[in-house]
Design a protein around this ligand. Structure first.
Ligand SMILES: Nc1ncnc2c1ncn2[C@@H]1O[C@H](COP(=O)(O)OP(=O)(O)OP(=O)(O)O)[C@@H](O)[C@H]1O
Ligand SMILES: [Mg+2]
Length: 289
């Protein structure tokens, strides 16, 4: 058996043994270039290194694609699986122990699949991914329809912003749109000079949100991540900060964000029992719910 196949076998075994369900977390932003891919990749790495099985889905085709960051080449994506041209085992790329890249699709073609037979075969096939503890989705920036569908289908949504005023305005616009489809929402302020700066930005957004959106939305701070030139360079050098530069401040901060997400998963999974997971996520995404 090839190494790739045996690594995928480990994922399917986890499914057969039952692992308590998959938590689907979408990482999004109003403005582009704020650090979604950097955070998605590093959070996924931290969770995987702690023993969780993690799928990292690229739902964005930007300049710094996740496959570029991890130095792998994705030939096929979930659209091929939907079309019946590939199975999940052909598209999933094992990156590290417990960490799997699931190449997604940024266009809206994925949402045009309404044929019930195709969708149901796809959802059956996706059961192989039930072995995942987390599915982290790197969405594109902005409030396009496809992105909104991903956010609607996810269990948790994390909005990333940076301190510049344009990004804050766009993050708030994003929070407002998401408040129509979610009742709770997490924020990360990236590229800050200090934790204090991050907290201040979050407070401002939260005040505006409570004033305009009302108290129905639970907006929570997940953490701030400091700016560090090593991180800016790390992406170009295809180095994961949390793996190879794990002592620098932003790596430590991203690690604590990842562990906070792990903690929330444990609690929420207890609340809701075994419903949810990958099958439910894809059903919601493809409009079957
Ligand atoms: N904390 C940080 N400190 C320094 N540089 C950072 C930090 N976070 C991200 N960057 C850098 O900012 C740039 C944009 O990051 P990234 O590609 O992760 O953003 P993105 O939101 O995924 O962008 P896009 O919207 O284009 O997909 C990258 O060069 C990255 O290295
Ligand atoms: Mg990106």
């Amino acid at each position: 058996m090839s190494t790739q196949a045996s690594k995928l076998e480990a994922l399917m075994d986890a499914h057969r043994n039952g692992n308590g369900g998959t938590r689907v977390i979408a990482i999004t932003s109003g403005k582009g270039g704020v650090g979604k891919s950097t955070l998605s990749a590093n959070i996924s790495y931290v969770l995987a290194s702690r023993g969780f099985k993690v799928g990292l889905m690229d739902a964005d085709i930007g300049l710094a694609n996740l496959d570029v960051m991890f130095n792998v080449r994705a030939q096929k994506n979930i659209l091929h699986v939907l079309k019946g041209e590939a199975g999940f085992e052909d598209i999933v790329i094992p990156l590290e122990e417990n960490l799997y890249l699931i190449p997604g699709e940024s266009g809206d073609e994925i949402l045009k699949f309404s044929d019930a037979t195709i969708v149901s075969r796809f959802i059956d096939e996706s059961q192989m991914l039930e072995g995942l503890d987390f599915l982290i989705i790197d969405t594109g920036a902005g409030i396009g329809d496809t992105i909104q569908m991903f956010l609607r289908a996810a269990d948790d949504v994390v909005v990333v912003t940076v301190p510049d005023p344009a990004a804050i305005t766009d993050a708030y616009a994003m929070v407002k749109v998401i408040s129509r489809i979610k009742s709770d929402l997490y924020m990360v302020v990236n590229q800050v000079r200090s934790q204090k700066e991050g907290a201040k930005i979050f407070d401002t957004i939260k005040k505006v949100a409570s004033g305009n959106i009302g108290e129905d939305l639970q907006l929570r701070m997940l953490g701030s991540v400091r700016y560090d030139a090593h991180v800016a360079r790390s992406v170009k050098q295809r180095v994961l900060a949390c793996k190879e530069l794990s002592n620098i401040a932003p790596a430590v901060e991203i690690e604590s964000i990842a562990l906070a997400l792990a903690d929330k998963k444990e609690h929420k999974m207890l609340d809701r029992g075994r419903e949810g997971g990958i099958g439910t996520f894809f059903k919601k995404l493809l409009g079957q719910f």
